[in-house]
Design a protein around this ligand. Structure first.
Ligand code: SF4
Length: 418
């Protein structure tokens, strides 16, 4: 039995999701307009989730090499290369885990470049392969604040997605159904947010390592009642654990923030190493990326456009700094761990000075770890473990919690004066 009952329920929830992937199937990028596709009557499949599964099942590396032999570069997104390599090899971890003979064949492919350009290349490969209609949504990138004109621009592109979907299904979009799906997405996302927020408790009842597993329904099943039901029960369990003072990391001493992609093939090891350092990773940008709290059933397309444009990965460096600063305060963070993922510059936020600026604004120190989401050739176990132990030792409170936990952040002048 798992530490959390939710982890045991997860397998059944995902079993139901994968069993339901029958025609018509639409493929969608992870923060694309899945609600429209559900409302049009498609079952929705997410290739990025498949990329993560390849990483977590430690089958990514041979498939990455397979894609590289087809001409994909070494530093191209390793979700893309692992996924395309597995397709070319005729393999999928869905066979062993859920009994699927192969990934489901798409009738429509939709992607959104709010996260990166790579999804266009990735999904375009499959559009050629399956001779399938493919529609891209391109919101403005690197936005500071989301404007009304940006929302209108994205809504117009959603209308193109709707038209393409209607051509495939031969039926008009039911706008009432769309509002219902958006409402289900909003409720699922709200429950997911509250689940993550249970880690504000000290000690935290769940960590980033738990959340990377528990997030599967909000990624693959948002917009469904099954997703809402899963997180309602999960939240109840986590609140009980928080109320009872149950710690995910026994003797939690240090509270950390994880910035960047997970290292899917090393989740267990990293979880153990952080626990040995009595360091609980209590919050992350990654898991918060599926908190869509601006969705509204009575303005479905506009609120979806807002949600997909304002995701963290699509924001300016200044906006990212503001968001991180708030999260560090909310979760009473002692240190930030940045993952510099070799094949995903898009979701790596430590290459343009952000860590130093955030440290100046908050006084909270940081550590950068080098690795990758899927390509373990870029990850050094020995170096990572040593650097983590040194960092945790430096943060460990002597005679009480670090000052910023109790007093709020110091001003930049106070920090400079230290
Ligand atoms: S955001 Fe990064 S990991 Fe995700 S699809 Fe784009 S390049 Fe790949």
């Amino acid at each position: 039995m798992s530490r959390l009952r939710a982890q045991d329920r997860l397998k059944a929830a995902l079993q139901g999701y994968y069993a339901g992937l029958t025609a018509p199937v639409a493929w969608c990028s992870s923060v694309g307009p899945a609600e429209i596709l559900y409302a049009l009557g498609f079952h929705v499949y997410f290739p990025e989730n498949h990329g993560a599964l390849l990483g977590a099942s430690r089958t990514a590396t041979p498939n990455i090499l397979r894609a590289q032999r087809e001409g994909y570069g070494e530093e191209v997104c390793s979700y893309l290369t692992a996924d395309i390599g597995a397709y070319l090899a005729g393999e999928t971890p869905l066979t062993g885990a859920y009994g699927l003979a192969s990934v489901p064949k798409p009738d429509l492919i939709v992607y959104c470049t709010n996260q990166c350009h790579e999804v266009a290349e990735w999904f375009g490969f499959y559009a050629r392969e399956f001779q399938c209609p493919c529609v891209g949504v391109h919101p403005p990138r690197y936005v500071d604040e989301v404007s009304e004109s940006a929302i209108a621009h994205v809504v117009r592109q959603f209308e193109d997605v709707i038209a393409a979907g209607e051509r495939v299904t031969g039926a008009r979009l039911d706008r009432k159904r769309l509002a219902e799906v958006v409402d289900l997405s909003r409720r699922g996302a709200e429950l997911w947010k509250q689940t993550l927020e249970t880690a504000r408790s000290t000690p935290a009842p769940l960590t980033f390592w738990d959340s990377t597993i528990l997030m599967a329904p909000i990624v693959t099943m948002r917009g469904t009642q099954a997703c809402v039901d899963f997180y309602r029960e999960t939240l109840e369990e986590l609140r009980q654990l928080a109320g009872a003072g149950t710690a995910a990391v026994p003797d939690e001493e240090v509270r950390l923030y994880w910035e960047g992609m997970p290292i899917w093939g090393r989740l267990r090891k990293l979880s153990d190493w952080f626990a040995e350092c009595r360091a609980a990773v209590v919050a992350s940008t990654y898991c918060n990326s599926w908190v869509f709290d601006c969705l509204e059933a009575d303005r479905p397309l506009a609120s979806m456009a807002e949600a997909c444009t304002r995701i963290f990965i699509n924001r300016s460096e200044d906006a990212k700094l503001r968001i991180l600063r708030e999260l560090l305060a909310d979760y009473r963070i002692d240190g930030v761990v940045y993952h510099d993922a070799r094949t995903c510059g898009n979701n790596t936020n430590c290459r343009f000075g952000l860590p130093r600026r955030l440290q100046e604004a908050t006084g909270i120190p940081f550590l950068t770890l080098h690795g990758d989401l899927n390509d373990l050739r870029f990850f050094s176990e020995g170096q990572t473990r040593t650097r983590l132990e040194t960092f945790a030792e430096r943060l460990r409170p002597r005679g009480g919690p670090p000052a910023h936990r109790e007093e709020g952040f110091p001003s930049p002048n106070q920090i400079r004066a230290r």
